[in-house]
Write a protein of this length. Structure first.
Length: 458
């Protein structure tokens, strides 16, 4: 398994004015070494007390077990508690990070880091721990996803991107009898690994099936808008406190028009649905689904329908000009889920160092390998960890070749991409933009998107 390093494109050009002030963590060693002997090591520190961890329900038992392993390996005497907070809920469900009941280490999705930075509740990762993560194979792309103004704030423990899940049984049946199952203009297009997104939609519609793609969601259509020029088309400028100052956005151009026309053609086939919850299994009418590794398990950690044998993965299909030409890869977001250390709760340097040491331990290759074995939706962020038997790791690695690291993105992105998506696909009232729309009508929609993106509401 290998993770390819991706560059930060213009979407990540964070032109901040200085380094975010930190409340603790920057002066500590935090090396994460497991060679100490705890309270009997002669350092004079007790290494006792309660460390509170937070994350989703399915992470509770695993995290507590491995926190105790760290405790025992170091000869420490900490006790551990676990609070249930989804990675996307930490800033809304924890009201006071300085309270004694607040988590010391919390799991978060990297796109939520701007909110943590603005509240100054997340501690910078000590340089020695950043070096240790690099040495232990955590890809630079994942470290980039938790970096602001040159400072790393998170410990990435899993990747957070998406690929193309499809029903292998069905498509192999279709290509063996193209006259029956494939559209007239695809009778010789029997290599489904080379189908464009438009062709997948046409095959689905031909067989009264669908491709599940959340076309109104900025997580999926935001990076898609960047596909044709190979670089992101917006730039977010933040100040030293992580507060957005301005956005420069330019999608109303030739490349943006090409992407918009792709989206219009997909919807026009009748083969698109937005519900990503249904796997392309043999007992569903979904032929394929653009989704992430998180879909492999339910919230309880049990295998979902995405884990069935007939459901396989590939990289995202190409875009095209409607006739198979001018093919370009679909761009995607890639990000991470990470451990964050509470910056407001403690100033005791021994305790702070220990908490950073625990966070580093929880993203070590050994723990990442065990985490994947425990729940295969948690793909490792380290290339020194193993994900034996994963059906989507190769596909996600290919997606990363044409991906934008998802970090420090403003709310305007999600609002604007949602509004734009509604013009292509509106379940309540049909599509506003159709194949009959003029280029000027489409460009007007893109100019409106640019305007909405550039509106900063702090």
């Amino acid at each position: 398994m290998s993770f390819k390093k991706i560059s930060l494109m213009a979407v990540l050009a964070l032109c901040s004015l200085g380094t975010l002030a930190a409340c603790n963590g920057t002066e500590t060693d935090g090396s994460g070494s497991n060679t100490g002997t705890g309270s009997n090591s002669g350092d004079g520190a007790s290494h006792t007390g309660t460390i509170i961890l937070a994350g989703p329900t399915e992470a509770k038992n695993f995290t507590l077990e491995h926190a105790q392993d760290w405790n025992e390996e170091n000869g420490y005497n900490y006790t551990f508690e676990f609070q249930v907070h989804g990675e996307d809920k930490i800033t809304t469900e924890v009201n006071d990070f300085s309270a004694s009941t607040a988590p010391d280490i919390f799991m978060y999705a990297n796109d939520g880091q701007p909110g943590l930075l603005q509240k100054k509740v997340i501690s910078p990762v000590p340089d020695s721990n950043v070096d240790a993560m690099s040495d232990e194979g955590i890809a630079q792309a994942f470290l980039d996803s938790v970096t602001f103004d040159g400072t790393v704030y998170g410990y990435p423990y899993t990747s957070n991107s998406y690929c193309f899940w499809y029903n292998k049984d069905k498509v192999e049946q279709y290509v063996k009898a193209p006259a029956t199952y494939l559209p007239d203009d695809m009778q010789t297009r029997t290599d489904y690994n080379n189908w464009t997104m438009l062709e997948w939609c046409k095959v689905a519609a031909k067989n009264k099936e669908s491709i599940a793609y959340d076309i109104n969601n900025g997580f999926y259509n935001g990076p898609l808008l960047c596909s044709y020029d190979g670089a992101a088309q917006w730039k977010c400028n933040y100040d030293r406190n992580g507060i957005l100052q301005s956005v420069v956005c330019q999608t109303a151009d030739e490349n943006g028009l090409k992407v918009a026309k792709n989206m219009i053609r997909w919807v026009a086939t009748g083969g698109i649905v937005e519900d990503l919850s249904v796997a392309p299994s043999n007992n569903s009418s979904v032929l394929a689904n653009i989704n992430g590794a998180w879909s492999l398990t339910t919230t309880t950690g049990a295998p979902s329908d995405f884990a069935k044998a007939e459901v396989q993965c590939m990289a995202l299909p190409d875009l095209d000009d409607g006739n198979g030409g001018d093919r370009k890869p679909m761009y995607a977001f890639t990000g991470s889920k990470a451990m964050g250390v509470n910056a407001l709760k403690s100033s005791d340097p021994v305790r702070v160092t220990d908490i950073h040491s625990l966070a580093l331990y929880l993203v070590s290759p050994e723990v990442q390998t065990a985490r994947y074995a425990f729940n295969e939706s948690w793909l490792p962020s380290s290339n020194q960890a193993t994900a034996e038997g994963s059906k989507c790791i190769d596909a996600l690695n290919k997606v990363m070749e044409h991906a934008i690291a998802q970090a420090n993105l403003p709310q305007a992105l999600w609002d604007a991409t949602g509004a734009l998506g509604n013009l292509f696909f509106n379940a309540d009232g049909g599509a506003t933009l159709t194949p009959d729309s003029s280029d000027e009508d489409i460009m007007a929609a893109l100019r409106s998107f640019d305007t909405q993106m550039q509106t900063v509401n702090n």
